[in-house]
Write a new protein. Structure first.
Length: 379
């Protein structure tokens, strides 16, 4: 089988989609699938023997509507593939990037990684408590909500990364449930040991590139409350965001600027070497949350927002902790509870390892190949 994989990121692992695409392609090639990766210039690793075709999207790197011009370029790539190459299938690792693709050239599959446009409220004021740029964000999300169904209905099959996302697709966009396959992200032991202990008692790690949607403002407020009983608590923030200055101002206002260290964007292997007492990402919206699995596998207790696909991964009090978005007092208490040494913490870590071991790359790839075969066979 020959497959075209369209992805925003590959090899550099800058986000969950990058990790997903890299693990997927590596697994497919190990099983003898002939894969060609189509990726924007400069958004992939130079290492490896993968067949990569670059597309130029000059001036659009990391823009909020980056996927839209990328979707147009991907459609051009599809139209330009000569018949002699005979690809069996095209797979978009972000399904919305199939928006301009023409049906009929070859079967198409797309992965739906999130649901925030579908969940965007009708009233823009509902976003105001959580987002500094709420008018612009609301307008963008509502616009994407209008476009997404057109992209998804061009697909012969849609992959949802969680049961929750599948239900959203069916309910909000009226996508036929029979055309949606739930295939969770998969991870494996990277071989990188998390031996780099982080400053703080306790040390808390956050990783994300969309600070507000990932719940960083709530986490900072929780740190200010936890500091009352644990003055040496330190929050380490990995990733970057255009609103970082707003977040830093929030920390200063709460008087916890000295309890927070911003590391900026870091290579994936460097992040995996970090050894915090707790990993926390109290997202307001989360499709799946592969980063929780990564830290479960590393033996670190995790705390997440009780939302979306996160609750399919984390069972509160068993293999980690969850809190309702906005419950900063509860978040502070659970961070401190997760950091306490003793048998309860050891049990959380043990159950987290069991959970992570179920979400393997092998399982993800095997199920994806079955979907490819079913899709190609049905054309």
């Amino acid at each position: 089988m020959r497959v075209l994989i369209f992805t925003q990121q590959f090899g550099k692992l800058w986000s969950g989609v990058g990790t997903y695409a890299t693990n997927l392609v590596s697994g497919l090639e190990k099983r003898g699938v002939d894969v060609t990766v189509v990726c924007p210039s400069g958004m992939h690793s130079e290492s490896g023997d993968f067949d990569i075709r670059e597309v130029a999207i000059k001036g659009w790197e990391h823009k909020v509507n980056y996927w839209l011009p990328l979707a147009w370029r991907y459609a051009m790539v599809l139209r330009s593939v000569p018949a002699s190459e005979r690809f069996d299938l095209a797979h978009f690792t972000d399904a919305r990037e199939a928006l301009f693709a023409s049906r009929g050239a070859m079967p198409m599959v797309g992965t739906v990684n999130d649901y925030y446009p579908a969940a965007c409220p009708l009233n823009p004021l509902a976003l105001k408590p959580h987002y500094a740029e709420w008018p612009a964000r609301w307008a963008y999300w509502r616009g994407v909500r209008l476009l997404e169904p057109f992209a998804y209905r061009k697909l012969d099959a849609a992959i949802a990364n969680s049961d929750f996302v599948a239900r959203i697709l069916e309910k909000s966009y009226r996508i036929d449930r029979k055309s949606i396959e739930v295939i969770n992200y998969g991870i494996d032991d990277s071989g990188v040991e998390n031996t780099a202990e982080l400053e703080g008692k306790p040390s808390v790690l956050f990783v994300g590139t969309n600070f507000q949607r990932k719940g960083l403002p709530d986490l900072i407020e929780a740190v200010s409350k936890a500091r009352e009983s644990s003055p040496e608590i330190m929050l380490h923030v990995v990733g970057d965001d255009p609103r970082r200055a707003v977040i830093e101002a929030t920390a200063s206002k709460l008087g916890v600027g000295g309890n927070i260290k911003f590391h900026g964007g870091l290579p994936n292997d460097e992040v995996r070497r970090m050894k915090p007492d707790v990993f926390a990402m109290p997202s307001l919206i989360e499709g799946f949350g592969i980063v929780f699995l990564e830290f479960m596998l590393a033996g670190v207790p995790v705390v997440g927002g009780r939302t979306g696909g996160t609750v399919e991964l984390i069972e509160d009090g068993r293999n980690g902790f969850t809190i309702a978005p906005g419950d900063t007092g509860g978040l502070a208490r659970k961070i401190l509870k997760a950091s306490e040494t003793g048998r309860p913490r050891e049990k959380i870590i043990r159950e987290g390892l069991k959970t992570a071991s179920k979400y393997t790359t092998d399982r993800m790839v095997d199920r994806t190949i079955l979907l490819y075969e079913k899709t190609v066979g049905g054309k």
